[in-house]
Design a protein around this ligand. Structure first.
Ligand SMILES: Nc1ccn([C@@H]2O[C@H](COP(=O)(O)OP(=O)(O)OP(=O)(O)O)[C@@H](O)[C@H]2O)c(=O)n1
Ligand SMILES: C[C@](O)(CO)[C@H](O)COP(=O)(O)O
Length: 242
């Protein structure tokens, strides 16, 4: 069976974009997802990467409650009416996991394939998104990831090296992280019942015994965590004249 997503015209995919963080490691008065990146808010860039794909029927943005009105204003300023029809905003929670859970409940009932993508990853490319979609169709769950390039060290609190970690099978998880909705809801329900808190959706799926596949991400699909990450993203976009 060819499980390429184009073979499944009736598949309805939605994306949840967790944008409810405070950006404490970034250290700005405004959460980093609302800062400008080459003239456009980080969050808007991220939303548009998905709105430009017809395969994505619904985009749910999960924002801090005190930023809901501001987000609505940003969307009205930067997003076309046509795209706004596929965009919803809801309030986030105190953890990324709670925010994603809130977003899942907003997806239309007919949504059967879900992607989750950090608002803080605005340089995600079309091909990575489509690989995640196809991976979720083919395997049930798939995440963007890149193999580790640097030598990895286990280090004590005092900075002394304990050992060098074999990196031959170590990958850095990115987002999108995609799964059939039933699998993702099963994983979130189990996490809620056991009190499990993960830093990504794959860790919840793994904990529930649900197989997850990695698909090729991109070195450009980095997460904006600290100020230098925003500077790097800006330099990249300027170079590409985007
Ligand atoms: N309660 C939270 C925490 C995080 N996020 C989102 O999850 C993504 C990845 O989280 P991270 O980069 O850690 O963002 P922050 O939590 O804002 O950053 P920090 O840990 O530095 O405070 C971001 O798009 C962030 O907005 C969220 O929706 N809700
Ligand atoms: C989901 C994620 O981006 C995968 O690498 C990462 O786990 C988010 O971690 P954060 O601490 O919430 O930024």
């Amino acid at each position: 069976m060819n499980s390429d997503i184009s073979q499944h015209p009736h598949l309805r995919a939605g994306v949840v974009i967790p944008a409810g963080g405070t950006g404490s490691r970034f250290g700005h008065t405004r959460p980093k997802q609302f800062l400008e990146l080459a003239g456009k808010p980080v969050l808007i860039r991220t939303c548009q990467a998905f709105l430009e794909l017809e395969r994505i029927q619904t985009v749910v943005v999960v924002v801090p409650a005190d930023y809901a009105a501001y987000t609505d204003e940003l969307i009205r300023t930067h997003v076309s009416l046509e795209h706004r029809l596929r965009l919803q905003i809801t309030n986030g929670g105190s953890t990324r996991q709670e925010s994603v859970q809130a977003g899942l409940t907003m997806l239309p009932v007919e949504t059967d394939l879900v992607l989750v993508h950090d608002a803080a990853r605005p340089l995600v490319d079309r091909e990575t998104i489509l690989r995640c979609l196809d991976g979720a169709v083919r395997f049930g769950a798939a995440i963007a990831a890149v193999p580790v390039k640097d030598t990895l060290k286990q280090v004590k609190d005092d900075g002394s090296i304990v050992s060098t970690i074999d990196r031959s099978h170590i990958w850095q998880a990115q987002t999108p992280q995609a799964a059939r909705r039933t699998l993702l809801e099963q994983a979130f329900a189990r996490a809620a019942s056991t009190g499990f808190v993960g830093t990504d959706e794959a860790s919840l799926l793994e904990a529930a015994g649900i197989p997850v596949q990695v698909v090729e991400g991109s070195e450009y699909n980095s997460k904006i965590t600290r100020p230098e990450d925003l500077q790097m993203a800006e330099a990249l976009l300027m170079q590409r004249n985007i």
